[in-house]
Design a protein around this ligand. Structure first.
Ligand SMILES: Cc1ncc(COP(=O)(O)O)c(C=O)c1O
Length: 359
């Protein structure tokens, strides 16, 4: 059933949509989670291609180490083996990931090396034929695999190649959406505008399950061509636009605005960067990466057993009142947008102690 709050919230999101004034992705499809947003975006991409007479385009290109949730679409385009190996997948292929510690260790912000990895899209077009590829999906900043950043110029190149071959570009902003990099969306941070953006998490500050897919006018207009009473996209969830979630989303946006939280990470980014990089030189630290209010510290494995040292650091920090996330040998950090400089100092000092003790 319809209710007015879904329209209010959609209008609010549309007014604040990714893409800047000229190219706003201001058509909004509500979902219940990040995984639903991803599968929705993939289906919109395939349905759009078919609607514009490109029905052979059913393959989606993802990337190694990508994480796009746990739906069948998301695991197919994702690049984390444990999420994939047990389950069948939709037609997909993968570009190489962009983590290159040998050349880029301890980069502050975006790494210098690796723009050429975007040429993988050209190679996959040569392998499969452009006429089989509907879309390419990437996290503009890869979170779950341990904060993997796009090399300078990489996303721009991906956009250009996608355009060249009629392939839609999807940014999965389930982590980067709603202020994580210091702009409302990573799309705005990088100034690279995709055709679809997936979101969840920050849309309600995680208080109530919800997600949304933002689509460009090109995609919307290409797909929504039927008469008034026609359903162009046979897709949707019982809880799409649930009134409680929409109310939570509206309240969240209000607080984001009142407290300037969607751009607050920009004010803290330099402080965060320097604080994190002060961990360089501590035992077993082989890389430190950061962007906006996200960071990662990568460690060597202990006695060839991946994850054991990072796990010790996790337990040590937890016992001292600091919750960190570890994935393999990587400590991934994503403090709340309301964090203060003194909290950052505390995070770094607890980590310093834990890293020394885990040596
Ligand atoms: C980039 C990205 N996409 C999709 C998802 C899946 O979101 P959810 O767990 O809400 O299904 C996540 C979750 O962490 C994510 O980081």
């Amino acid at each position: 059933m319809g209710h007015p709050i879904a329209f209010d919230f959609a209008a609010k999101l549309a007014a604040n949509a990714p893409g800047g004034a000229d190219a706003k992705l201001d058509r909004v499809f509500f979902t219940g989670s990040g995984s639903e947003s991803v599968d929705t975006a993939l289906k919109i991409a395939i349905a759009y291609q078919r609607a514009i007479g490109q029905g052979t385009r059913t393959r989606i290109i993802g990337r190694e180490k990508g994480y796009h949730g746990v739906g069948f679409g998301g695991i197919s385009v994702g690049g984390l083996v444990n999420n994939r190996r047990v389950f069948p997948q939709i037609p997909a292929d993968h570009m190489r990931h962009t983590l290159d510690i040998e050349r880029n260790a301890f980069s502050k912000g975006l790494p210098q090396h690796g723009i050429e990895l975007a040429d993988d899209l050209e190679r996959l077009v040569a392998l499969h034929g452009a006429e089989t590829i509907a879309a390419v999906i990437v996290e503009p900043m890869s979170g779950s695999a341990g904060v993997i950043l796009p090399p300078k110029g990489y996303l721009e190149k991906l956009r250009a190649t996608a355009d060249k071959y009629g392939i839609l570009l999807i940014f999965d902003e389930v982590i980067t959406g709603f202020g994580r990099l210091g702009t409302p969306f990573a799309t705005d941070y990088f100034g690279v505008v995709p055709d679809l953006v997936t979101t969840a998490k920050g849309i309600t500050n995680g208080t109530v399950p919800m997600g949304a897919v933002f689509a460009s006018r090109k995609v919307y207009d290409g797909l929504m061509v039927g008469p008034e009473n026609a359903i162009e996209l046979f897709h949707g969830y019982t809880y799409s636009g649930h009134p409680v979630a929409c109310a939570a989303g509206l309240a969240t946006m209000e607080i984001y605005e009142e407290e300037g939280l969607l751009t607050r990470a920009a004010d803290l980014a330099d402080y965060w960067q320097e604080a994190l990089h002060s961990l360089k030189g501590l035992p077993n630290v082989v890389d430190i990466r950061n962007l906006g209010l996200v960071g990662a510290v990568e460690l060597t494995s202990r006695n060839g057993a991946p994850g054991t040292r990072a796990y010790d650091v996790f337990v040590d920090c937890f016992q001292k009142g600091l919750l960190i996330r570890v994935t393999g040998d990587i400590i991934a950090l994503s403090p709340p947008l309301v964090v203060e400089r003194e909290h950052i100092d505390t995070i770094v000092s607890k980590l310093t102690g834990a890293l020394k003790r885990a040596a």
